[in-house]
Design a binder for this molecule. Structure first.
Ligand code: CP
Ligand code: NVA
Length: 316
């Protein structure tokens, strides 16, 4: 099957949040990614909408998957990447807005991994022609959610009436997952210890964005949250930038480990998901992450296809 046409560019200049996309746009990104994945597997690399264009990568935190897959995605679309030393651009040498206004004279887009989401929004707002993609902030990880939705649709087709349970920290990954999940019709349950739940404002925004019949529920007890779930997702207890809190977090999250006993509460054959990197033996056991229903490397692979579709639609 050939790729859906790139006729409907995204309305938003930037992709800072899943909520920058309409439901139709989100579905379109996933459908285009699926087609690009099939074409790539068949050796058909498609057209090169980024030919002669550049995309800058600016990472203030470590990355394996996101950096690698954006580099490959841009190159496979015919463009080239430039890696910016984070300290030179975001290190306070000049105003963030001036950095953005310089970059828009040279490159079509910037993929940014940084700390506070507000800084990213300020950067994106400063340059009206520069496309900015959120490669993870403290608050959101919208590119991860695209890959997660493609992974689930490959397994299930339609997502509506399926239940996805996220167990652990109400962090950047949980937020973007909840947004994308409810937009595509999932019942999303999030189980977090007291003090680590998704903020109420996030829950309200998800409920407003939800497809008819979708839901978001916060649950305290992980076993109750996993009961009958079609997929169980977790992430690290201590995210990048929170290393000082690690011992307090290990204590708080001790009963939120995804292990075989917890997975036994889910539907038979329930999928296990993780954005990676995983801390084996903490938030997930080897037996679960290495089990036949674990789709963690499909998620990692799908980072490439979904980001390729996103870049093509945003900048192509
Ligand atoms: N899942 C993810 O974003 O991985 P990296 O931190 O390696 O990019
Ligand atoms: N929540 C994790 C995700 C890493 C991909 C972090 O922010 O470190």
């Amino acid at each position: 099957m050939s790729q859906p046409a790139l006729v409907a560019p995204l309305l938003s200049k930037d992709y800072l949040s899943v909520l920058d996309l309409s439901r139709t746009e989100l579905e379109h990104v996933i459908a285009l990614a699926a087609a690009m994945k099939r074409d790539r597997a068949a050796g058909r690399m498609g057209n090169q909408p980024l030919a002669g264009r550049h995309v800058a990568l600016l990472f203030e935190k470590p990355s394996l998957r996101t950096r690698t897959t954006f580099m490959i995605a841009v190159r496979e679309l015919g463009g080239d990447t430039v890696e910016l030393p984070a300290g030179d651009a975001f290190g306070g040498r000049e105003a963030l807005a001036d950095v953005a206004r310089n970059l828009e004279r040279w490159v079509s887009g910037v993929v940014v991994r940084t700390f506070g989401h507000a800084r990213l929004a300020e950067f994106a707002a400063a340059a009206e022609r520069l496309h900015v993609i959120n490669a993870l902030t403290d608050e959101e990880h919208p590119c991860q959610a695209l890959a997660d939705m493609l992974t689930l649709s490959e397994r299930w087709g339609s997502l509506s009436s399926r239940t996805l349970t996220y167990v652990g920290d109400g962090n950047n990954v949980a937020l973007s997952l909840a947004q994308a999940g409810v937009m595509l019709g999932l019942h999303v349950r999030v189980a977090s210890p007291p003090g680590f739940a998704l903020p109420a404002s996030v829950v309200d925004a998800c409920r407003r964005a939800a497809a008819p019949g979708a839901s978001l529920e916060l649950v305290a007890d992980p076993a109750e949250a996993v009961d009958g779930a079609d997929a169980v997702y977790t992430d690290v207890w201590t995210s990048m930038g929170q290393e000082q809190e690690a011992s307090a977090r290990n204590a708080a999250f001790g009963t939120y480990q995804v292990n075989e006993a917890l997975m036994a509460r889910a539907r038979p054959g329930a999928l296990f998901m993780h954005c990676l990197p995983a801390h084996r033996g903490q938030e997930v056991t080897d037996a679960v992450i290495d089990s036949p229903t674990s789709v963690v490397f499909d998620q990692a692979e799908n980072r490439l296809h979904t980001q390729k579709a996103l870049v093509a639609l945003l900048m192509g």
